[in-house]
Design a binder for this molecule. Sequence first.
Ligand code: PEP
Ligand code: MG
Length: 547
Amino acid sequence: MASSNGTLAQGSVLKGLGVGLNAVVAEVFRVAPMQALPARAKSTKSVDEERESLRGAIGAVGAHLDALGAKVGSTSAEIFDALKFLLEDDELFEVAEGHLAEGWAAAAAYAMAVDEFAELLGGDPDFDERVKDLQDLSKRVQAEIAGIKVNLELPIEGSYVIVGEDFSPADTAQFTPAVVGVITISGGPTSHTAIICRSRSIAAVVSCADAVDLVDGDVVLVDPVGDRVVVGGEISSATQAITFIETGREPIIPVRSNIGSLEDANKASAANANGVGLFRTELLYLSATSQPDVASQSASYAEILAAAPDGPIVVRTIDAGSDKPVPFLHMPHEENPSLGVRGFRLIREHRGFIEDQLHSIEFARAHTNREVWVMAPMIATASEAREFADLARSIGKFKVGIMVETPSIVTQIADLKGQIDFLSVGTNDLSQYLFAADRMNPALGLLLNPWQPALIRTLARIASEAEAAGISSGVCGESASDPAFAVVLAGLGFKSVSASASQVGAVRSALSATSENDAKRIAAGALEFSTAEEAKAFVTAELSKLN
Ligand code: PEP
Ligand code: MG
């Protein structure tokens, strides 16, 4: 039996919510994810004090670059010298001093100066990398002033289960191949940590409050199917997922894949998905500091469409805002960003970008000759749905649809008859807004459990109202990546599901092994329960009997 260094006894079971179907045993590596940088603020100190603080931070970041340079060979060290040169640029410092004189605090003044330089250099592809470097340096200087650690500093060798409060998209981008398991203390099943882990087949348990007591060196079993972590647990004791009988039949409804990159498109093809049910276009631009033009967008979309699996490809227009800020859109600070200007609401300030996107998607469609459907995220009213449908149809030969993510649009599906071709339910956001539970708030993971009766009943309403209105309906939120839940969705009447590429195989097996009648019966049964646990237990037991 593995040994534990921490306070938790061997065999302790920590409950959470599992993500994916793979279990793993490995050593714990605790991380403190990077906190958000403070908002840009005016100073209460003197200009001289702020100037000193800025000099000190630039000096400290410079020393860190020297240390990194010393660790690598002489050729790579030049990269760090070049970065230091940028960091210590006199002109940049002078511009920052100008902002200090206007009363801004050191971090804000430096960030503003870097933005201005980036703006000057932006748009010229030769300077793209420099602009990225400058923005990264700006982040490091601001973090230094605020006393925030920038990097996760994850191991690059060995196998570890990383444990942290929750991980932002920027944190997950730093996951190394040594990360074989992830446990979050907070963070729910729809958080980006969950989405990334599922897509990379990393074993994960989220919303695991007791994981606060795990320490470096503890060896743990991450058991997603059992919704638990076991201290010192053996891999042989991992809960087995239901194994569906291989029938060789096609699934009762198409199983599409969610993608966000060319790599995902290739994975989805390898997994035999029936097309793409959600192409999250914003994921291509999470670190873009300048707006991609039509030519570069068209090229990216075309290569992804060409690589996507056979079947329709549902492309979502940009879903920026809230937890997915896109730097070049310069979104204002909002008190409640998930209730703010995100998704289709960006049309007011950024109509040009959304139109460019649709033109680029149309170019890629015509170039690759693929069947493309387009949809808009975060639609709250029938007028918004109509506005998007008219715009999309004026630009390209698409089927046109919307995401159903707000309770308001759930009540207006009948009004959309004849206006849109399809709808796709984003259960991640629909749960967030139905339960008034921020999907990024680590404390609220249990409300975001897709087995919650209120979500299942809302889904039943959407499927039947879409059917009555002649609108094709699908589900592309994370819930559709759970094979047992996908059976419920088919039984409720959805015409397709879209899962993470890594889950397509498992969802296909479940929907091939279950007959339409059994799916309907199981879905009807699932609607009867008043707790998530009972609904899940009922469906799991019914499916086990059949398989
Ligand atoms: C959703 O909200 O369920 C969804 C699929 O969109 P995203 O996770 O990208 O917000
Ligand atoms: Mg969403």
